[in-house]
Ligand binder design. Structure first.
Ligand code: HAS
Ligand code: CU
Length: 546
């Protein structure tokens, strides 16, 4: 069966997910603009009807961008790409739709208090900040929805295996499964926090809550979640980009190894977000600091493998020298350009991550604008600009129409890149100058003169990002409404120079690696969680600050 026939049943479903994702992104970039301008010295337009405060805006911004835009994009993209990789329709379209409606219902339930300033608790919803119960229940439904996606991919894998005994799972399908398995395991922390602590507390069934325990459960999920966002971008970089650039994937077994390392190393990790939290033994923080260095490695494997693949493509197009081949890549294709710019940004952002992770150095950057700079290069660019690049072929395909304007798309991705270069560099520097994150800086009583010269650049970067985001959304909107010409084909999967069969069979298995990840989780978190639960008091009352 052709890949197109296999993925045809997913078209409407993927389209539905992408629609929700992009609507969320619109909300995310509007709030982002207002926050950037606030830092640049403009008055924040708080009002009784829309955004009650700067903090209301930041909560919306975080939830819409990193929780909704990412999760809905992934939930549309991974099943679509898996169906193509298997060259077989996925199991149970009905389960697919049930999942979508469940996730949408959850999102709407959470959106009501969020929009109404009854969940102004940031995307991390740290207790004792307390949201309306609908916020927690709605988000929990979204998470349960993602588990059903894991189930659907697992059922599809079983059906495919029955028809292809002894064959290696196609790379993109295998990677999608690993991503969802990793996320499902990791999301248990959040689920426990919601079901046993935050939901009963917000419903008034228990007197108070436990700040440290709920934070720890949050980061149990909250660190792996960043790889849940990143790995779908990696799937595009590994399985599609080499072909889009006109080359081959350097090594398939190495790509599988990298994903399996993410599964076993990033699942048992999260305490590097809690280095400054009292009440957790330093030994475990140090242990997880080492795990953080370890999880750097599969990204280095990715760097090597993807650069080698692209270098092959660049040389095949006549590129020469150590670096000049990079310029020979098909920069005129907006899908390629967006993802190359995402990779370049991530190279810098990844190095910044290592600084965050360096235990004692974390004390310098924690809770400062530096961290905001870091995650805008990672989730805000490596991930978001890649998803945009994917959308430039995916949305035209789903709509059966050509992309409205390639030139506008090219301008868009460069404006994002330049905007982010300004925005994130300046935020890193402001963080090093001691400026806190998540703060309405113009109102801070402790405002420092050395922040002043840099702050307008936050507004400049934020404005460029807003313009770029609007160009992206407008292009997609015009594509699905007024564009007429037939859509260009979906990029084919890259052929691997070293195919899967050259690697050991264990790189094609999932279950043993899930077991290893679970054991690692018990080691990395067991003692800390056991002690926190044993000493838990549930006596901290909730606060509504803004
Ligand atoms: Fe992070 C905080 C450490 C990666 C997201 N991170 C955050 C927060 C977010 C986030 C959202 O250890 C804030 C959470 C909050 O609200 O408090 N992070 C790391 C490390 C990595 C890392 C070590 N982070 C990510 C990714 C994210 C993300 C990915 C989202 C998708 N991060 C931390 C730490 C904190 C933190 C601490 C807590 C800070 C604090 O105190 O609060 C690494 O995994 C990064 C590895 C990446 C690389 C780059 C490889 C480059 C590639 C591109 C290939 C390029 C090509 C082209 C092909 C090693 C694969 C290049 C061509 C040329 C020729 C150059
Ligand atoms: Cu992390």
């Amino acid at each position: 069966m052709s890949a197109d026939t296999a993925s045809a049943p997913e078209i409407r479903l993927t389209g539905a997910h992408l629609l929700v994702a992009n609507v969320a992104l619109l909300g995310g970039i509007v709030t982002g603009l207002l926050q950037g301008l606030e830092h640049a010295g403009f008055e924040f337009p708080a009002s009784e009807y829309l955004l009650r405060s700067y903090y209301h805006s930041v909560s919306l911004h975080g939830v819409l961008n990193v929780l909704v835009w990412t999760t809905f994009f992934i939930s549309g993209f991974l099943p679509f790409i898996s169906a193509r990789a298997y060259a077989m329709p996925l199991a149970s379209p009905r389960l697919g739709w049930l999942t979508f409606w469940l996730m949408l219902a959850g999102l709407l339930i959470a959106a009501v208090p969020l929009a109404g300033n009854a969940a102004t608790v940031m995307f991390t919803f740290y207790a004792p900040l307390k949201a309306h119960w609908a916020f927690y229940i709605g988000l929990t439904l979204v998470v349960v929805g993602t588990w059903l996606i894991t189930l659907r991919l697992a059922l599809s894998q079983r059906a495919w295996r029955a028809q292809h005994p002894g064959e290696r799972t196609p790379l993109a399908a295998f990677m999608s499964l690993v991503t969802m398995a990793m996320w499902t395991l990791a999301s248990l922390g959040l689920a426990v926090s919601m079901l046993f602590f935050l939901i009963p507390w917000s419903l008034g069934l228990v007197r108070g809550t436990d700040v440290l325990l709920t934070r720890t459960l949050f980061w149990f999920t909250g660190h792996p979640i960043v790889y849940f966002w990143l790995l779908p971008a990696y799937i595009s970089w590994y399985t599609l980009m080499p072909r889009q650039a006109g080359g081959r994937l350097f090594s398939d077994p190495m790509a599988r190894a990298s994903f399996l390392l993410f599964l076993i190393l990033s699942s048992p990790l999260g305490l590097h977000h809690q280095v400054t939290d009292p009440g957790i033994h330093e030994g475990w923080k140090l242990f997880q600091a080492f795990l953080t260095f370890a999880v750097f490695f599969p990204s280095l494997l990715t760097f090597f493998n993807v650069v080698a693949s692209l270098e092959g493509a660049g040389r095949a197009r006549g590129g020469k020298g150590w670096f000049a081949w990079f310029g020979r890549l098909p920069w005129g294709d907006p899908s390629v350009a967006a993802q190359l710019l995402a990779m370049l940004t991530f190279t810098a952002g990844g190095i910044g991550g290592l600084i965050n992770a360096s235990y004692n150095v974390n004390l310098v950057v924690h809770n400062t604008a530096y961290v905001v700079g870091h995650f805008h290069t990672t989730v805000g660019t490596a991930v978001t600009l890649t998803y945009m690049g994917i959308s430039y072929w995916l949305v035209p395909h789903l709509a059966g129409r050509a992309l409205w304007s390639r030139r506008m798309a090219l301008v868009q991705c460069w404006v994002w890149f330049v905007g982010m270069l300004i925005f994130s560099t300046v935020l890193h520097e402001l963080g090093l100058r001691g400026m806190p994150r998540r703060t309405m800086i113009s109102q801070a009583a402790y405002f420092q003169p050395e922040w002043k010269a840099l702050l307008p650049w936050v507004g400049v970067g934020g404005t460029l990002l807003f313009i770029s985001g609007i160009l992206y959304l407008l292009n997609l909107l015009l594509t699905v409404t007024v564009s007429r010409a037939p859509a260009a084909a979906v990029p084919d999967f890259a052929v691997a120079a070293a195919p899967a069969e050259e690697g050991p069979a264990v790189l094609n298995r999932l279950r043993p690696w899930v077991v290893v990840a679970a054991v690692m989780l018990v080691i990395a978190y067991g003692p800390t969680l056991a002690r926190l639960v044993a000493t838990s008091q549930l006596n901290v009352p909730g606060l509504r600050v803004w």
